[in-house]
Design a protein around this ligand. Structure first.
Ligand SMILES: Cc1cc2nc3c(=O)[nH]c(=O)nc-3n(C[C@H](O)[C@H](O)[C@H](O)COP(=O)(O)OP(=O)(O)OC[C@H]3O[C@@H](n4cnc5c(N)ncnc54)[C@H](O)[C@@H]3O)c2cc1C
Length: 563
C-alpha cells in the first residue's frame, strides 16, 4: 500500500493490534518482528524513518568494550553477538572494521576499573595498556568460537610507529581489535522496514505522522504533510520515540521520566591525507579525561566523533563550535603532524542517546543497556497498555526488538512462528560470499540489464543484491546521469522515489543516499536533484523550489553545511 492507501484504510478501519510510535531502529526492528509473526501493526514517525538518534550514531556495530568497566557484562556479551549477526545478515552494509587503540600510558585505569565497578569512582580517566589488554581479552572471549572477526593483537611502540608513520610518537603501545562498521545506518533501517511490509500486508509504516494525543481506547495522529488528524484504536501502544519517549508519554497524558539523554556529535572531514593515513582502520582512543574519540573511514571521507553531553531537549541537539574545536584537537593528539582545520568539515551531525535516566555523576557511566517500561491500569486514563522502549544501542536492536515483540505477542495471545536471528536484511539476501561470486552476480546483471559493469558495481556497492531490482528498473526505460552529479542517474532517483517512501528532498539526500553526508552537494546540483525527484513525485515548479530551500535551511541548521 502507498501512503494514501494506508491513510484511507485507517480512516475506514481504525482498529490495529499494535501501534508503534517512533521509527528509529528500535521501532523498526519491533515492527519487523511483529510483521513476520502475522501481527497487524502500524508504525508512525513524526519525521522521516530513521531520522532521530538512529541517524546520529557513530556507525559502529560494537559490543562496547568500554562498558565492561561499568560492569555491563550482559550488554556487552549480547551486543558482541548481535554485532556478529549484523555482519552476517547485512553484509552489504555492515563490515568488519579493524580498530586501532593508541595508548599513551601503561598503568592508568587499573585502579579505576574495580572502583567504578563498585560504584566508588565517578570521574572517568584515560585507560592504560594493561586495563585495555584485559578488556580486549574478555571481548574476544565473548565473540565465541565462530570468530566472525579475528582476535585482538597488541603492538609495541616501535612496531606501531613503523606501521602508522604519522601516529603521535608519545604512544607506548597500540592494540588492534575488530568491531563492525555500519556504513549506511539509515539505509539499513529502511531495508528492515521494507522487508517487514513485504512480508505482511497488515504491517503498515508511515513517515511524517505524529502522535498527538491519547484517551481511553483512542489515539489521535496527525499527518504532518497535510495537517489532518485522524484516529486509531490500538490494543497496545509501543512508545519507541527514543529520546522523545517522555514527551510522547506526556501526549498520552502520562508523566514519566524514563530518559536521561546525552548528546553526541560527529564531523565528516574531506581530508585526503588523513584518509590515506588511517587506511581502512578505525582509531579509537580516549582523551585525558577518559572520553572516547573515534576517527574512521567513511568511503573517501573521515568520520570523527563523539561527545557525551547531558541535554534535556533532544530537539536542540546540534554540533557546536566547542565540539568542533574539541574534535580537531583530539585528531591532532593522535596525528600531530596532520593539519586539520574547520575548512575540512563537509558535514556534521548530532543526536541524543535515549539512555535511561541515571544518578551517575558522569555521563560515561550512564547505562547503555535497554529495558521495557510498562504503563497500564490506574497509571493512565488509557484502555490499552503502553510499552516504552528505554535505552539500547543500534547494535543490539534485534535482540531488544525480539524481547519487545515477545512481550507484545504474549499480551495479544499470538505465538511466535518466525525468528530473526539469521534473517538476511534487504540487499544482504543472497549476498555473494566471495569475489568470484560477486563477479558472477555483476556479470549476470550486465547480461540481462545491458548496464555497464562499472555502473553495476556502483549499484552493488550502494544496494547489495537489491542492485538487481534497481538495475532492472533502470533498464526498463531511457536513463541519463544527472548533469551536475553524474554518479547518480534519473532512473535511480525514480526507483528510490517510487519504492522507498520519499516525501521530502532531504529524505533522498540525507537518508536514502549518502550524498549530503559525503559532501557531494552544491547549491546548483541540489536544485537539479529537486527537479529530478519532483518529476517522480509530481511536484509543481513551486514545490521543487520550496523543497530545495527547505533542504538548504535544514543542512545549515542541523549539519553545519552552508551551500
Ligand atoms: C551520538 C550517538 C552515537 C551513537 N553511536 C552508536 C554506535 O556507534 N553504535 C551503536 O550501537 N549505538 C550507537 N548509538 C545509540 C543508538 O543510535 C540509539 O540507541 C538508537 O538509535 C536508538 O534508537 P531508537 O529507535 O530508540 O530512537 P530514535 O532513533 O531516536 O527513534 C525515535 C523516533 O521517534 C520519533 N518520534 C518522537 N516523538 C514522536 C511523536 N510524538 N510521534 C511520532 N514519532 C515520534 C522520532 O522522530 C524518532 O525518529 C549512538 C547514539 C548517539 C546519539
Amino acid at each position: 500500500m502507498n501512503r494514501s492507501e494506508i491513510l484511507s484504510s485507517l480512516k475506514t478501519n481504525p482498529q490495529v493490534s499494535v501501534l508503534i510510535v517512533g521509527a528509529g531502529i528500535n521501532g523498526i526492528g519491533t515492527f519487523r518482528d511483529l510483521a513476520l509473526n502475522g501481527v497487524d501493526v502500524l508504525l508512525v514517525d513524526r519525521g522521516d524513518f530513521c531520522s532521530g538518534a538512529s541517524s546520529a550514531s557513530s556507525h559502529m556495530a560494537h559490543g562496547g568494550i568500554r562498558y565492561l568497566e561499568n560492569g555491563e557484562f550482559r550488554l556487552v556479551r549480547e551486543a558482541v553477538k548481535e554485532r556478529n549477526r549484523m555482519i552476517q545478515n547485512a553484509p552489504h552494509i555492515v563490515k568488519p572494521l579493524p580498530t586501532t587503540i593508541p595508548m599513551f600510558k601503561y598503568f592508568s585505569g587499573i585502579l579505576n576499573a574495580p572502583l567504578k565497578f563498585m560504584g566508588w569512582l565517578d570521574k572517568p580517566s584515560e585507560r592504560g595498556s594493561i586495563i585495555i589488554k584485559l578488556g580486549l581479552m574478555m571481548y574476544d572471549a565473548y565473540t565465541g568460537s565462530q570468530r566472525t572477526v579475528p582476535r585482538h593483537t597488541f603492538h609495541s611502540r616501535s612496531e606501531s610507529l613503523k606501521k602508522w608513520k604519522k601516529l603521535n610518537p608519545e604512544i607506548v603501545n597500540t592494540a588492534v581489535y575488530y568491531d563492525g562498521l555500519i556504513s549506511n545506518p539509515e539505509r539499513l533501517a529502511l531495508e528492515i522496514l521494507l522487508d517487514a511490509e513485504a512480508e505482511n500486508p497488515n504491517a503498515r509504516a508511515l513517515n511524517y505522522v505524529s502522535l498527538v494525543q491519547g484517551e481511553k481506547d483512542t489515539v489521535i495522529l496527525r499527518d504532518e504533510l497535510t495537517d489532518e488528524s485522524f484516529e486509531v484504536k490500538p490494543k497496545l501502544l509501543i512508545n519507541a520515540a527514543g529520546p522523545w519517549i517522555d514527551f510522547a508519554n506526556h501526549s498520552l497524558g502520562v508523566s514519566t521520566k524514563f530518559i536521561g539523554g546525552t548528546k553526541g556529535s560527529h564531523l565528516v572531514l574531506d581530508h585526503p591525507e588523513l584518509r590515506a593515513t588511517i587506511g581502512d582502520n578505525e582509531f579509537f582512543f580516549e582523551n585525558k579525561d577518559g572520553r572516547i574519540v573515534l576517527i574512521f573511514p567513511l568511503q573517501d571521507k573521515v568520520l570523527v566523533g563523539t561527545s557525551d553531553i547531558k541535554l534535556d531537549h533532544p530537539d536542540e541537539a546540534r554540533c557546536t563550535d566547542e565540539e568542533v574545536d574539541y574534535f580537531l584537537e583530539m585528531t591532532a593528539r593522535v596525528f600531530p603532524n596532520i593539519k586539520v582545520t574547520r575548512e575540512h568539515v563537509v558535514f556534521a551531525f548530532s543526536g541524543v542517546r535515549p539512555l535511561a535516566s541515571s544518578l551517575a555523576k558522569s555521563t560515561g557511566q550512564y547505562s547503555r543497556d535497554h529495558h521495557i517500561e510498562v504503563l497500564s491500569g490506574d497509571w493512565t486514563n488509557l484502555l490499552f497498555p503502553v510499552y516504552s522502549l528505554v535505552g539500547g544501542k543500534w547494535t543490539s536492536f534485534r535482540a531488544f526488538s525480539e524481547e519487545v515483540a515477545d512481550k507484545a505477542m504474549q499480551f495479544l495471545g499470538v505465538h511466535r512462528q518466525k525468528q530473526t536471528h539469521d534473517l538476511p536484511i534487504g540487499g544482504g539476501r543472497g549476498y555473494p560470499k566471495n569475489g568470484e561470486e560477486q563477479a558472477k552476480f555483476i556479470n549476470s546483471l550486465v547480461a540481462w540489464t545491458g548496464l555497464s559493469k562499472e555502473r553495476l558495481i556502483a549499484l552493488f556497492e550502494r544496494y547489495g543484491t537489491r542492485a538487481e531490482s534497481v538495475a532492472g528498473f533502470i533498464s526498463r526505460a531511457g536513463d541519463e546521469p544527472l548533469k551536475l552529479l553524474p554518479e547518480i542517474s534519473h532512473r535511480e532517483i525514480a526507483f528510490i522515489a517510487q519504492h522507498e517512501k520519499v516525501e521530502h528532498l532531504d529524505d533522498l539526500l540525507v537518508r536514502r543516499s549518502m550524498l549530503a553526508m559525503l559532501g557531494r552537494l552544491t547549491r546548483e546540483n541540489l536544485q537539479e536533484l529537486s527537479n529530478v525527484l519532483g518529476e517522480s513525485l509530481n511536484w509543481t515548479p513551486e514545490q521543487k523550489k520550496a523543497e530545495a530551500e527547505r533542504t538548504l535551511r535544514l543542512l545549515a541548521d542541523r549539519h553545519r553545511l552552508k551551500l
